[in-house]
Design a protein around this ligand. Structure first.
Ligand code: PGA
Length: 251
């Protein structure tokens, strides 16, 4: 199992450049140097420059919310992974459920993005998760295994990689998955990773995401295969974001 604990903040399409800088200033004022590496902020593409500048000389990292799998070309409205790298991003989300559901990103895009990011030295964070219907029909594991298999096709398990389990029904709804539900899925994800990538995949951190806040995070952080959180709404406030990290059990 991966040993560090991570708290990643997905800002989605929130905050302008001034608000983004203010957030980073407030977070940097509070975070201890030894805590910095646990945090990553995922600003929208248009505020990424402000965030990257505000994070200079900090170990707090930032990442992209989405990129195209090609480095350049006729792809109006898309973001280049090569430029993301130049700007200093350490991570990039792939296959967030809002990309899959609202923007109909097809499954076959995911692996291409994962492979390209690894090639450029950016750590992909592949997001997987079932819809409420899939869960009701008992298809949770089947859906997640399918997303893992197709999203990790061609991945290099010797290079950094993260998985984020985000049940679609828990994202932005206030309805957090129970520790039992999270534990069951994370254990199955770990088993699937070991089957797909062998022993090296024991180091792949698995994050949980879906309505995480400082009041519900301790019970989830204590679970064996939960190596951190991908936080949406609660990552918009620096004090709350920090509290999610500091409230984790056993620290
Ligand atoms: P939420 O979002 O914490 O607001 O539910 C999580 C996510 O979409 O990554």
């Amino acid at each position: 199992m991966a040993s560090s604990f991570y708290v990643f903040g997905n800002w989605k399409m929130n905050k302008n450049a001034i608000q983004a800088r203010d957030f980073v200033r407030q977070l940097r004022a509070e975070v201890k140097p030894e805590e910095e590496a646990a945090f990553c902020i995922f600003p929208s593409a248009l505020t990424a420059f402000a965030v990257s500048e505000a994070l200079i000389s900090s170990k707090i990292s930032w990442g992209g919310q989405n990129i195209h799998s090609e480095e350049a070309g006729a792809f109006t409205g898309e973001n280049s992974p090569a430029v993301l790298k130049e700007m200093g991003a350490k991570y990039c989300l792939v296959g967030h459920s809002e990309r899959r559901q609202i923007f109909f990103e097809p499954e076959e895009f995911m692996a291409k993005k994962v492979v390209k990011l690894q090639e450029l030295g950016i750590t992909p964070v592949l997001c997987v998760g079932e819809t409420l219907d899939s869960r009701k029909w008992g298809r949770t594991h089947e859906v997640i295994l399918r997303q893992l298999k197709s999203g990790l096709d061609g991945v290099d398990f010797s290079k950094p990689l993260f998985i984020a389990y985000e049940p679609v029904w828990a994202i932005g709804t206030g309805e957090v998955a129970t520790p039992e539900q999270v534990s069951e899925v994370h254990d199955r994800i770990r088993e699937s990773l070991l089957e797909l990538g062998g022993a090296r995949s024991s180091q792949v951190p698995i994050l949980y995401g879906g309505s995480v806040k400082s009041s519900n995070s301790p019970g989830l952080a204590a679970l064996r295969e939960v190596n951190g959180f991908l936080v949406g709404g609660a990552s918009l406030d620096p004090a709350e974001f920090l509290a999610i990290y500091r409230n984790r059990t056993g620290n």
